[in-house]
Design a protein around this ligand. Structure first.
Ligand SMILES: [Zn+2]
Length: 250
């Protein structure tokens, strides 16, 4: 039996589906028709798992992404439509969309007013008005999972069916960029990751892209791989991938 029949992600279950390595709805409208939207064989369990990851971290990335960026054409609109109850065709769907919109609103946090970002007056507990900037808390674990998904899918496809190690440890960090500021409390990269970032900001030898929406590069170090992903031309994520080590406790 060919190994290709196994899920590219867990490498345990038989593949019954194909999974988009980069979510289908995240491709910008100006993606050339010649760009094939990359898929890899996947099992149902992995499909469901990634769907949840993409939805949670996807909402945060979309909320801080620059909707007007030329490499993000249509993406924010398309995802925001999924939060619009008035576009639903059934009552149940409208309720589902409204719950989703509420979750997005509820998870908005407020940071001290930051120059160059939107500033909104909020009412303090003592009734006075304070200025604050809307912010998202990035779920570091979800961001790492998203990167793991990209890594496994891209590696599988690049190596014609060879999978990454089954048990890997992934760290990921969203870099600040023009139009986006990260406040340290949200995510302080570990010293390990910082040293990888120093390496990764140099040229990584293995490069790829799928239209304007997704670019990546990869390098191989002594400890593992380091990757950089650019979403929609302006969101830069650095990630490291190391084999997970096992310690026997006595
Ligand atoms: Zn699987």
């Amino acid at each position: 039996m060919s190994r290709r029949k196994y899920c590219a992600y867990c490498v345990v279950e038989r593949a019954t589906d194909r999974e988009h390595v980069f979510p289908f709805s995240w491709y910008p409208d100006n993606t050339p028709t010649t760009v094939q939207r990359l898929t890899v064989p996947s099992c149902r369990t992995c499909n469901e798992r990634w769907k949840a990851v993409e939805e949670s971290i996807g909402h945060d990335l979309i909320m801080v992404c620059d909707a007007d960026h030329p490499d993000a054409v249509g993406v924010v609109d398309r995802i925001a439509k999924g939060w619009d109850g008035s576009r639903a065709t059934t009552k149940e769907e409208a309720a589902h969309r409204e719950r989703r919109a509420q979750r997005v609103l509820d998870s908005t946090r407020w940071a001290p007013p930051h120059a160059g970002t939107p500033q909104v007056p909020l009412k303090a507990p003592d009734g006075s008005a304070v200025m604050a900037s809307p912010a998202r808390v990035l779920d570091q674990a979800a961001l790492a999972s998203l990167c793991e998904k990209f890594m496994r899918g891209l590696f599988f496809s690049e190596k014609k069916g060879e999978e990454l190690l089954r048990s890997i440890f992934v760290q990921a960090h969203l870099l600040p960029s023009p139009g986006m500021t990260t406040v340290p409390a949200a995510a302080t990269p570990s010293p390990d990751l910082l040293s990888f970032i120093a390496v990764a900001t140099k040229e990584l030898p293995i490069k790829g892209s799928l239209g304007p929406g997704f670019r990546w590069s990869r390098g191989e170090g002594s400890k593992g791989h380091f990757w950089s992903f650019t979403l929609w031309g302006h969101m830069n994520i650095i990630a490291t991938c190391e084999p997970r080590r096992i310690v026997l406790a006595r």
